[in-house]
Design a protein around this ligand. Sequence first.
Ligand SMILES: [Zn+2]
Ligand SMILES: [Zn+2]
Length: 272
Amino acid sequence: MSRQIIGDFHLHTSFSGDSEAPMEQMIRRGLDIGLTNICITEHMDRDYPTGEDDLDFNLDTTAYAQRFLELKEKYAPQIDLRFGVELGLQPHLASWHQEYVKSFPFDFIIGSSHVVHGRDPYYSSFYNDRTEDEAYLEYFESILENLKCFSDVDVYGHIDYVVRYGPNSNQFYSYGKFSDVIDEILKTVIQKGLGIECNTGGIKYGLGHPNPCEEILARYCQLGGEILTIGSDAHTPQHVAYAFDQIPELLKSCGFRYYTIFKNRKPEFIPL
Ligand SMILES: [Zn+2]
Ligand SMILES: [Zn+2]
């Protein structure tokens, strides 16, 4: 019998440009389903390209911090709230991010690739005039470029998230097709003392797998990776801790015995 996962470490609320969920509703949902830790990780995507949906991912971090502290105090007897952010990494933002992460008392920072060489792979234009594999390879290579420029994050987010959005999604995708670049990503993450996350948004998207997929999680474990957070990437209350009931067995089958939560940017390891 597996233990329940106690914390969701990837959540968005209305301070993120693509969520309308009040923070308090996300917290109350977490309480209702028995979580004891919640880390809010609002989007901060500086220089997100204006275009197809005209979304603004610049986070008002001061307003976010203020609301967070009010709710942290209010719910302190019931749930341990942690203050996080999901940075949309791009190589030219390295020095800006270096300053930003020092400006607020974050518990946890996810670094993610949402924009690849100026384009968001969420949109079909990212796949025009080339094969899907070429587009996926560009995504993975850009993760390495980001890690070389800036690595003051705690985990790299949803490593194969691009396969949610390709024309054939993950139908023809496997770790084996991209093992060279993915191994380099995982080794770089480990060597820099960072971790990765198991993001159940992939299950919500109908991939049948988290992001990254089990093969990558198992490879990370095999290479000696230990820091692994778990997050739903929920943007609405009903998706908080999405599919977390499947995760203990899934991670154990990949070789993990622990998962990770963060406080004050320090990892704590919890048995599965
Ligand atoms: Zn993300
Ligand atoms: Zn996210």
